[in-house]
Design a protein around this ligand. Structure first.
Ligand SMILES: NC(=O)c1ccc[n+]([C@@H]2O[C@H](COP(=O)([O-])OP(=O)(O)OC[C@H]3O[C@@H](n4cnc5c(N)ncnc54)[C@H](OP(=O)(O)O)[C@@H]3O)[C@@H](O)[C@H]2O)c1
Length: 204
């Protein structure tokens, strides 16, 4: 398969590239690194990426920014960061990718645990992750041509703990290589409309 990984240089993205490139042709994309440059917050940039890459079998997105901060300091502009980047960036990857992806292809997006297991600074992340999971479930039942869509929701990643640990006390972390398995399952498996929770459960 020819698989575009957006966010390929990131903590999770690099592990996804390592996992998938053993078996597939992986095209790496990022805002400032990779085989191709793309800003997922800019639909014209997404359109350019797809035109440059040509036909492909799967898109994996491990990019997406949200603002973290105290609830009472949030402004419409701070919410807008997550809405434009992590939420609509990934939604637009799907919408604009439809006319370029081959029959039977797949989209795999990234959310995270914060909509089910919130932290004080994470109200925007919780909102955006919930939106992404609803989008994936809603889209899975209407995608044409045997296309599939899933979202991976990792717990906090071990490699990110040097900066994230104070926000995630008591939360189990997993290495990025374990999160990468969720992406492999989505791309190489047969399921659609799924939220793959990696390293955490809704019962905790
Ligand atoms: N790390 C965790 O513990 C964790 C846990 C759960 C969920 N998540 C979610 O997983 C996603 C990735 O996290 P991460 O820690 O792997 O991030 P990261 O290490 O900061 O890497 C982000 C990657 O995305 C690219 N990128 C950033 N903004 C972009 C944009 N607007 N357009 C295109 N590419 C862009 C970056 O490329 P350049 O460097 O080239 O700009 C980089 O390759 C995020 O949505 C995050 O919320 C992370």
């Amino acid at each position: 398969m020819k698989i575009i990984v957006i966010g390929a240089s990131g903590t999770i993205g690099a592990a996804v590239v390592a996992e998938l490139s053993a078996r597939h042709e992986v095209v790496r994309a990022g805002r400032s690194s990779g085989d191709f440059r793309v800003d997922i917050a800019d639909p014209a940039s997404i359109e350019r990426l797809y035109t440059q890459v040509g036909a492909f079998d799967a898109v994996v997105c491990t990019a997406g920014k949200v603002h973290f901060g105290a609830f009472d300091q949030f402004t419409p502009e701070k919410f807008d960061i997550g809405l434009r980047d992590k939420l609509m960036g990934q939604v637009n990857l799907v919408m604009l990718g439809l006319k370029h992806i081959r029959d039977g292809g797949s989209f795999t997006l990234t959310s995270g645990l914060l909509n089910d297991d919130p932290i004080r600074e994470g109200v925007s992340a919780a909102m955006v992750n919930g939106g992404l999971e609803g989008f994936v479930r809603g889209t899975a039942i209407v995608l044409p041509r045997g296309l599939r869509i899933n979202v991976v929701s990792p717990t906090v990643i071990e490699e990110s703990l040097p900066s994230y640990a104070p926000y995630f006390r008591g939360t189990k972390a997993v290495p990025a290589s374990e999160a990468a398995l969720g992406y492999a399952k989505s791309v190489e498996g047969a399921q659609t409309g799924r939220v793959y929770r990696i390293g955490w459960s809704r019962d905790n």
